[in-house]
Write a protein that binds this ligand. Structure first.
Ligand SMILES: *Cc1c(COP(=O)(O)O)cnc(C)c1O
Length: 399
C-alpha cells in the first residue's frame, strides 16, 4: 500500500540520521533506582526532582482519594466533572503562588501541554490583533499553543532582551504576550524574568511564565520561579506543572481572576476534555504540603548539594571536549554535538547500569545533541560520584 510505504520511508530516514526514538518499559515505581528488563538501573533522566513520585504519603493520599472519589471524573469540568478535590486544589494553588499576582485565581489541567495550549489560545481568543513574542528555546507546548492561537508569532533569540524590546516597540497589536520557560528544559538555565517583566510592564504585554521545572524546586518554600525572583505583577500569567517536582500529574495556570475566568469561558483545551480523576487532585494537596514543609526544604537543599557536587574536583565532572552547559538547576546537559556520538555515549552508560537521557533534534537544534542528566533529591552523593566518574571515563575514550 503506497500510503504505508511513504510512512516506512520516512521512518527509515529518521533511523539513518540516528533520530529514531525508543521507549524502555519500566517495571518499578519512578525513582533513582528502577527496574528495566530485569535489571536495576540508576536513573538520571526523570523530572521527579524532589523524589516525591513514589513517596509513601503521596501514594497513601492517592489511594485515599480513589476510595473517596472513585477512579474517574466522568465528565468535563463545565459539565459535571469538577469535583470537590479540584476546587480545593485550585484554592490551595492560589495560596501557593498568589503572593506574586493580583487577585489570584487558578485553573487546573490534565497536563502542562494542555495548560499551555489553553492559556495562549485563550488569552488571544477573540482578538483580531494579537502578537506573541516567543523565546527561541521555548517548550514545544508553548510553540503549539501559539500555533493554535492564530496570532502572529515573533521568535526572539535566547535571552536576548534587546531583540525582544525592539520587537515590542515595533508592535501595534492590542494584545501582546511574551512567552517563556522559566527554567529551559533542555539547557537548565533560568530566563531573566525580572528584566522580562519590566519590559512587559513598560510595553503593556502579558508575561507568560512556564515554570514546569521551577515549580517545587525554586524558591525557599518551593513556590517556584516567581518566589525565587521575588516578582509581583498583574501582568504575570503563571503555568506550573504537577507531574514533575510535585510527583503526580497535571498542571495549573495562575493569574488575575479575570484572566482565569476568560480561560474557563473560552479556552477550548480546558472546555472540551474530561476532567482529571479527582483522586489526583486529592493526592496533590498532600504533595503541596510536602513541597512547602520542612521535608521540601530538606529535599531542595540536598538537590542543590548534588548539583554543586558536579563541580567538585574529586566527585564531579571533569570534561575536556564535551561541554557541560552552565546550569544551576537539576537539569544538567552535557553537549556532545553529533547525534550518533550522543547515542553511543548514552548506550555505553546504559550498559553500566546508568540511565541518562539522550536528546537530539528536533528537541534541540541540529548539531547540539546532548546527554541530559537530571538530578533528584532521591539520589545519593555516592551515586552522583558514580555517574560523574563514568562520564569522565567515557569522554576520555570517545573518538
Ligand atoms: C514538561 C513540560 C511541559 C508539559 O507539561 P506536562 O505536564 O508534562 O504535559 C510544559 N512546559 C515545559 C517547559 C515542560 O518541560
Amino acid at each position: 500500500m503506497e500510503l504505508l510505504d511513504r510512512l516506512s520511508g520516512q521512518l527509515q530516514a529518521l533511523d539513518a540520521h540516528s533520530l529514531i526514538r525508543r521507549r524502555r518499559t519500566v517495571d518499578s515505581p519512578c525513582g533513582p533506582r528502577v527496574q528495566v528488563d530485569g535489571r536495576e538501573l540508576l536513573a538520571f533522566c526523570s523530572n521527579d526532582y524532589l523524589g516525591l513520585a513514589n513517596h509513601p504519603q503521596l501514594v497513601a493520599a492517592l489511594r485515599d482519594g480513589a476510595a473517596r472519589y472513585g477512579a474517574g471524573s466522568g465528565a468535563s469540568h463545565l459539565i459535571s466533572g469538577h469535583a470537590r478535590p479540584h476546587a480545593l486544589l485550585e484554592d490551595r494553588l492560589a495560596d501557593f503562588v498568589g503572593a506574586h499576582l493580583e487577585r489570584p485565581r487558578t485553573l487546573t489541567f490534565c497536563t502542562g501541554y494542555m495548560a499551555n495550549l489553553a492559556l495562549i489560545a485563550g488569552l488571544t481568543a477573540g482578538e483580531r490583533e494579537a502578537d506573541i513574542f516567543s523565546e527561541a528555546l521555548n517548550h514545544a507546548s508553548l510553540i503549539d499553543g501559539a500555533r493554535l492561537s492564530r496570532a502572529r508569532v515573533h521568535v526572539y533569540p535566547h535571552a536576548d532582551l534587546a531583540a525582544l524590546e525592539a520587537m515590542l516597540k515595533a508592535s501595534h497589536a492590542t494584545t501582546k504576550l511574551v512567552v517563556t520557560d522559566s527554567v529551559f528544559s533542555m539547557d537548565g538555565d533560568l530566563a531573566p524574568l525580572p528584566a522580562l517583566l519590566a519590559l512587559c510592564e513598560q510595553h503593556n504585554a502579558w508575561l507568560v511564565v512556564d515554570d514546569a521545572h521551577g515549580f517545587g524546586t525554586l524558591g525557599a518554600r518551593g513556590h517556584g520561579a516567581l518566589e525565587h525572583f521575588d516578582l509581583r505583577s498583574p501582568y504575570l500569567v503563571y503555568m506550573g506543572t504537577l507531574g514533575k517536582a510535585a510527583g503526580v500529574g497535571g498542571a495549573f495556570v495562575a493569574a488575575h481572576e479575570t484572566v482565569i475566568e476568560t480561560l474557563l469561558q473560552k479556552a477550548r483545551p480546558y472546555i472540551f476534555t474530561t476532567a482529571a480523576p479527582p483522586a489526583l487532585a486529592h493526592a496533590l494537596l498532600t504533595s503541596l504540603d510536602l513541597i512547602e514543609g520542612d521535608e521540601g526544604v530538606q529535599r531542595r537543599a540536598h538537590l542543590q548539594a548534588l548539583v554543586a557536587q558536579l563541580d567538585d574536583a574529586h566527585s564531579g565532572l571533569q570534561l575536556q571536549r564535551w561541554q557541560r552547559l552552565p546550569s544551576a538547576t537539576a537539569i544538567q546537559p552535557i553537549l556532545i554535538g553529533d547525534n550518533a556520538d550522543t547515542l553511543r555515549a548514552g548506550a555505553a552508560l546504559y550498559a553500566q547500569g546508568l540511565w541518562v537521557g539522550t536528546i537530539r533534534p528536533p528537541t534541540v537544534a541540529p548539531g547540539t545533541a546532548r546527554l541530559r542528566v537530571t538530578l533528584s533529591a532521591g539520589h545519593r552523593a555516592t551515586e552522583v560520584a558514580q555517574l560523574s566518574a563514568a562520564i569522565n571515563a567515557l569522554e576520555k575514550e570517545a573518538p
